[in-house]
Design a protein around this ligand. Sequence first.
Ligand code: UD1
Length: 421
Amino acid sequence: MDLLRIRGGTRLQGSVEISGAKNAALPILFAAILSDQKSHISNVPLLADIGTTLKVLDSLGLKTEFHLTDHKVVVDGSNLASVEAPYDLVRTMRASVLVLGPLLARKGEAKVSLPGGCAIGARPVDFHLSALEALGAKFEIEGGYIHANAPQGLRGGVMKLPFPSVGATENALMAAVLAKGASQIQNAACEPEIVDLAVALRSMGAKIAGEGTPTVKIEGVAKLDGMKHSVTADRIEAMTYLCAGLVTGGSVTALGIEEASMTSALQILTQMGAKVECAKSKITVSSTGALKSVSFTTEPFPGFPTDMQAQFMALLTQAQGESTITETIFENRFMHVSELIRLGAKISTQGNQAKVQGPVKLSGAIVMATDLRASASLIVAGLIAGGETVIRRIYHLDRGYENIEKKLSGLGAKITREKEK
Ligand code: UD1
């Protein structure tokens, strides 16, 4: 297993190229199941979760090729021989549940291991199932697997989500594009990754309107062609580098990313006293001196994203005064708090609220990554901590950040990857 060693205190400066978004690439790769032709997907990030996704597609009988040097994936949809996503793959990546919609749409059948809990909470899939039921699917749970059936095929219907779940919206969308007749997703998630999925599906011939709003309308078609799509940039990765630059008192430009994908988080940075400059496909965040404390609540898009909460918490340890963070999306997403405290942070939590006192002088220590974004927050903290911070269990980071130590080194950070002894 690898670890990261960071020597804190260097000001970060410069530009960083942002990779394709993991959370957009995953559903888009699963959408390739919908066609019996070849799909060509570019700007796919080189991440462990992408590898798992390709294994899931391979296990269904599809042929996948990952051209690593140019970040392109080709999925040949002609040989869909199995409808089962096995436990060993779903266990390592919950998003494998996104095979449900496409398999039901193309085959009228799917068997997917129940994902179970994960480090940041219970994360059930009930909204996915009730949406697909509205299109005529029937489910049985047996032996830890969801058995899904629609022997007569899916028919259009109204899917009203109790909460704008990202994954449920994606499954609903991928099922409805091949269902007979018209469908509507109400209270749909509006995240940029949903919009990117809709654009990718449209390149296959799908008829979709209203993506990026709470009401998405779909007119089912009988057959879809192969996809041609370039994955949108990763807003969470971009914001992680912008936070990393700011915490060191530096100035970082994220390249390939649009302001509209992260307006709420940029507003918080402005409130904190940072200088935010946006141009077409690039955003620069620069320090102007001391940071001010802020309060924010995580919400579905366009609100402040839960996936940026941990990185902002690390940043707020350097802000003057008390900041309050309220987490409303996941019930157990403060696991980075105890590790940040080991670096000297002053943070207390009560229920879904965390209070951060700053500024404090952090000092390097050995810390353990507990989930993807928690790991990113430890990097942000390590970059400002005195002495050396060693982050262990970084396989979480490799699920979501491509070449993180190379990108940070390019900005001037002193960071190395080593094998854990
Ligand atoms: C996706 C993202 C994840 C991000 C999250 C919220 C991917 C691969 N992952 O996860 O990085 O943090 O959106 O922006 O895109 N819920 C239910 N029942 C369901 C579905 C969801 O109760 O059937 C609850 C969840 O437990 C959670 C909330 O709804 O409390 C939001 O979850 P959801 O938007 O579905 O997150 P994911 O799609 O799993």
